[in-house]
Design a protein around this ligand. Structure first.
Ligand SMILES: Nc1nc(=O)c2c([nH]1)NC[C@@H]1CN(c3ccc(C(=O)N[C@@H](CCC(=O)O)C(=O)O)cc3)CN21
Ligand SMILES: CC(C)C(=O)C(=O)O
Ligand SMILES: [Mg+2]
Length: 263
């Protein structure tokens, strides 16, 4: 059974951590047959699966539903589920209810954006035996305060704040920290200061690991091209060509054949 200890061991051994998002059982099944360390049931589901413009529509119930699907597809992988918008901001009891629902759905840990104003919630979850992954830098649940999905920590005050927040999260006991869209030097420095592993997205090669969204890594979303995304496959072309071969075969009367039909 995979555990959060494996991630600590990876940092200690200088082996890079690889995390990929998953939202459904068939993707999870595919990931289960790879060397990926960890699956993230991200609230990015709202954007890449549900077609919304931001992640704010995610609910505990929806995240639990995606988590159950991913767990069925990849029962052998370490699975982390995003705490949805405001789930960590309503006090300790609602946060415990949310964590209970997500862990009962099969998640092994939860990821929570930010720390200021909800450190007590994070502490209580961790003391309750729920592994928490931190998330600093760009926090998409704050998109309307930030005014967009932009790089965070470029000015010295913001950079200092990131150092402080990362140290606080480590002191609270988070087992790993996602750094999203921060300058690579800053991410490298924060990573060097921490004992816990950092997992970057748009945070350069100095992190202890990397995470990408399924659709981005497989080129399924060719119109979404932020600087930090590299499509490692041309998924959109592969899938479109497959669909077009189906259309062509049907129109030519070549699908289905007798072998593909029942007598
Ligand atoms: N498909 C997908 N991939 C993601 O990585 C992702 C999501 N969705 N949804 C939730 C958040 C939102 N994220 C985003 C979305 C857009 C940019 C973006 O367009 N960045 C620009 C401008 C950066 C700047 O100059 O400040 C870029 O070019 O990287 C970055 C992160 C990352 N997350
Ligand atoms: C981009 C990752 C880190 C995330 O939080 C998500 O997919 O929701
Ligand atoms: Mg997220």
């Amino acid at each position: 059974m995979p555990t959060i200890r494996d991630l600590a061991a990876a940092k200690a051994g200088g082996r890079k951590i690889v995390m990929v998002t998953a939202y459904d059982a068939s993707a999870a099944r595919l990931l289960a047959g790879t060397e990926v360390d960890c699956l993230l049931v991200g609230d990015s589901a709202m954007m890449v699966v549900h077609g919304q413009r931001d992640t704010l529509g995610a609910t505990v119930e929806l995240m639990a539903m995606h988590t159950r699907a991913v767990v069925r597809g990849a029962p052998g992988k370490l699975i982390v589920t995003d705490f949805p918008f405001l789930a960590a901001r309503k006090g300790i009891a609602p946060a415990l209810d949310a964590a209970a629902e997500l862990l009962r759905a099969g998640a092994h840990a939860v990821k929570i954006e930010g720390v200021r104003g909800h450190a007590n919630v994070i502490r209580h979850l961790i003391e309750s035996g729920i592994p928490v992954m931190g998330h600093l830098g760009l926090q998409p649940q704050s998109v309307h305060t930030l005014g967009g999905y932009t790089v965070q920590g470029r000015d010295p005050v913001e950079a200092q704040r990131l150092h402080e927040d990362a140290a606080e999260l480590q002191a609270l006991g988070v087992f790993a920290l996602v750094l999203e869209c921060v300058p690579q030097k800053l991410a490298r420095n924060v990573t060097a200061e921490l004992q816990i592993p950092t997992i970057g997205i748009g945070a350069g090669a100095g992190c202890d690991g990397q995470v990408l969204v399924w659709h981005d890594l497989l080129g399924l979303n060719p119109d979404f091209k932020p600087k930090f995304v590299r499509p490692f496959a041309d998924g959109a072309t592969v899938l479109r060509e497959g669909i077009n071969r189906f259309v062509t075969a049907v129109r030519a009367g070549k699908f289905p054949t007798n072998k593909e039909s029942f007598s």
